[in-house]
Design a protein around this ligand. Structure first.
Ligand code: ATP
Length: 279
């Protein structure tokens, strides 16, 4: 479990996260949602020890994050951030192998087992064919897959991902989130796509201007009313045979029922009917 209690953070004098409580329960997938600038990445940075909160604390399976050595923490938590790291001319295989470092002693060489795990991680994200390519020359989506493979090679007990699907095509968004869900490990994942969140997250936490506005199981939290208030768009929630689906429309556009009533005046059969105002 990853737990943040009373987390606050300011950049300079501007507080951007205020008294946030967040719990990613063991073995469950928690989605961090909210509009641009609402504080999701800042919360991720605190949960993973990249920055220390100004107030509050982070616990990993009940233990303060600060009590872990960086190496011990890296054996437990893998992090995939938005910006792909590094500009060294490193191969993809070497990049993924970095995920094995927390499990190796300081000067040990990569074992056959490390190679097997790294190759399996690349295969799992559909990127085995990229192994010999230079990482920095990959496309955005290819880089994203490789960074996720590196996180998988780390064999963590906790996984934290900041918008992992943003460069990925639609098929791979689903494949990747299925893989992540199938890992069965404690996961925190920042997502903008609410349909993906509804499908792949167990729980969600919704942020607005640095405050938590809702936290709990997806089906309970992701109501049309809440999402309309937070995102400022019209939201229709559908319960389909494949789960919850959302339809969105701008609030200032004509609403669907109004358009339907206008269309109802269009000739339907004989071709002689006209809109009411022309009759
Ligand atoms: N290094 C920084 N210096 C100053 N302000 C920052 C810095 N990083 C982020 N902020 C501000 O903090 C607020 C929260 O940013 P954060 O990146 O956590 O939001 P977010 O919800 O992840 O946004 P997005 O969905 O756009 O990625 C924003 O107003 C942002 O402008």
């Amino acid at each position: 479990m990853i737990e943040g209690r009373g987390l606050s953070y300011a950049y300079g004098t501007t507080t951007v996260v205020r008294d946030v409580d967040v719990r990613a329960e063991t073995g469950r997938v928690l989605g961090l949602l909210g509009p641009n600038g609402s504080g999701k990445t800042t919360v991720v940075r605190m949960l993973t020890g990249i920055v220390a909160p100004d107030a509050g604390e982070v616990l990993l399976d009940g233990r303060p994050l600060g009590s872990f050595t960086p190496r011990a923490l890296a054996r437990q938590v893998a992090v995939v951030l938005q910006e792909a790291s590094g500009d060294l001319p490193m191969t993809v295989a070497d990049m993924v192998m970095l995920g094995r470092a927390p499990h190796q002693s300081t000067f040990s060489r990569n074992s056959a087992e490390d190679h097997r795990i790294a190759a399996a991680a690349l295969r799992r994200v559909g990127a085995r064919h990229l192994a010999d390519r230079i990482f920095v020359r990959l496309s955005g989506g290819e880089k994203q897959r490789v960074m996720i493979a590196r996180a998988l090679a780390q064999q963590p007990t906790h996984l934290v991902l900041d918008e992992p699907t943003n460069h990925l095509d639609i098929r791979f968004q689903h494949e990747l989130l299925s893989v992540i869900r199938g890992l069965g490990i404690t996961t925190v994942i920042v997502l903008h796509d609410l349909n993906l969140a509804a499908r792949y997250c167990d729980d969600v936490l919704v942020l607005q201007e640095g405050n938590v506005v809702a936290h709990g199981p997806c089906a309970d939290v992701l109501t049309s009313e809440l999402l309309e208030g937070v995102y400022g768009v019209g939201v229709e929630r559908l319960e389909t045979s494949r789960g919850i689906q959302f339809l969105f429309h701008p609030l200032d556009a004509a609403s669907p029922p109004a358009r339907e009533s206008a269309l109802a005046t269009v000739p339907t059969g004989g071709g002689h009917e006209r809109p009411a105002e022309h009759r």
